[in-house]
Design a protein around this ligand. Sequence first.
Ligand code: FEO
Ligand code: CA
Ligand code: CA
Ligand code: CA
Length: 744
Amino acid sequence: MNKPVDLSHLAARAEEDSNTSDNPHFATVLDARLSRRGLLRGSVGTAATALFGSVALAGCGGGDDDTPAPTTPDAGALSKLGFTAVPKSLEDKVTLAAGYTATVVYALGDPLTATTAAYKNDGTDTDYGNRAGDHHDGMEWFSLGSDGSASTTASDRGLIAMNHEATTDETLSSFFLHADGGTKTLPRPATEVDKETAIHGVSVVEMKKTGSTWAYVQNSAFNRRVTALSEVDIGGPAKGHALLKTKYSIDGTRTRGTLNNCGTGKTPWGSFLTGEENWFGYFTRPAGDDLARGNDKSVVALKRYGRAEGAASRHGWESAGTADIYARWINAKTGTSADGTDDYRNEMNGMGYIVEMDPYKPTSRMVKRTGLGRFAHESAAFSLPKAGEKLAVYMGDDARNEYIYKFVSDTAWSAADANPTDRLATGAKYLDSGKLYVAKFAADGTGQWIELNKAAIPSTYTAYAFADEADIRVNCRLAADAVGATKMDRPEWCATHPTSGEIYFTLTNNSNRRVAPTTGSATQLQPDSANPRAYTDMKGTTAQQGNPNGHILRVKEAAGSAAATTFTWDIYLFGAQADADTGLVNLSSLTADQDFSSPDGLVFSKATGICWIQTDDGAYTDVTNCMMLAGIPGTVGDGAKKTLPHSSALSVDTFIGKAPTADTLKRFLVGPKDCEITGLAETPDGKTMFINIQHPGEGTKMADVADPTKYTSQWPSNAGYGAGKRPRSATIVITKNDGGRIGS
Ligand code: FEO
Ligand code: CA
Ligand code: CA
Ligand code: CA
């Protein structure tokens, strides 16, 4: 099945596409004045091995199993990959490098309390607030010592905090959750809607190794669910702001739920961060609402965030009844108050944040960190913490033509905060006050971080009048438009190299990139230096024009400083089919053991330094299911400048990292049918890795829900896991058969 590029899934989940701002892109980058050579003179920062040593040698678990001693080094960064690449695959199973074992440990519906019934997986299950949610996505590992206290080193017991992004749906209904596939017309019954709101959000689940076998702990007191309806606090500059006031929270300090949680992050103080991505699609905004609002500036903001009036919601949750938990999905001015405290006209301003959780405290509320900006968040990657220096948090906004951001804390890092008793108070200290910047890439391989504040908004920008600095954080897409940030090819995850501190960003694909934009298109962009490709993929379908295979860009801060306002950049890898033209498409010269399309998840191993690259693809899926690769990258500037001759009227200079070799980039795993590979949690010793298989079988037709022979995937039941044949998103645990580190 060929899925359209951009949408790994069905239309309702589409990354929205509302950036019609006319801030310059190509001209801007040509205009750059910064000296690439000058910035490159900064040191590369090779004070490396201390970090690897301290983490990798500290593992205190695993001494009680029977696995033989590993034949590869037990600590330190790897200089070459130690496994044999796996071929591309269309099989409905997890294909894994030889010498490794993968086992399913935690799937949609698995019970999280001792008294929750076993999952029948036939559409009759209930009590989803006490079960694993759907569409497992980003996740992070939090070690537990043998006494159940927080640990930074234990590798045989810990918590996984995990995003449950979405659900496999067609025409409103999450059909695998309902016995007959559910209701595909409005109104939708509350019994179905209540299941669907409960399978979104976040779960915390305890994982434990007994002998050499990993399993989740069903009755752990740490197990937890946060859903689309859980109470969540607002933190940071928008806390208590007029933009956050609703009927539910008349003082603007709380909201309900976290939604479409995609990428993750782990703070230097040991808490969990989750990014809210395509949340706007869950709200409806009825026709006539623009007029009801008096066509005020909120209409401009709503359009920029994907909700023009008349927009229908993805699941019709608003239709299940008049109760407040359904009415809140109607983002409309229906009341008479001046401040919105009698309706949900401001409800969407409560979504779109990086949200912090203390996974060790199951009753603590999550906090939305509004200072980090509101957009379609993916992961949140920290600069390498240095005592006495500010912390940076890097973030991408995943929609076509959106931006890359960085937050810099006002507070300098104190190593004493690495293991605090109150993690959320520590989070407030570093994340509630700081500066927000957006990236502007120049054609000479340099770039600037432009601060987003009222002073930075040019007087010529009249599209939206920012009330104050909090308004800029809540509506930072508009502020970024105003300052002329660079429109990117859908920024997904970012991750920080554990020794160089360089920041890697996946740019998954962009169907709106064109050498010759369609006349009159407000959204199609010409290629530029940081997003230099536009072509029609090898199947030649118009649905896969643009940059269908994506790339991975990396940034090196000036002088290695998290607070720098200038940087250099290059492109680590270009996704491509191995047989594609190396002049305009396969620019990284990928071989058949390395080729991939649409990078999305991106995580560096702190134990081995491996850059794990995960795909969420619709362009190469006639040849292979989605996959995970291992890379050992160099540094920004280790390759060369290249000019792409797109047409007689357009050539683009870009900077390409040193080409990978057979030792430094290999495919490690391929997933089952119709899945994406996402999320990665590793134990501190680097010997156990958890990854997620999201939405296997999502191409199944709702009409076929009663006929398992017509499911496009029966994973993980065909891998021996659980009842029923309905496909389920699930976590797998990977270990090396000789007990060594993953990838070594
Ligand atoms: Fe949920 Fe942008 O991937
Ligand atoms: Ca997804
Ligand atoms: Ca993603
Ligand atoms: Ca994706």
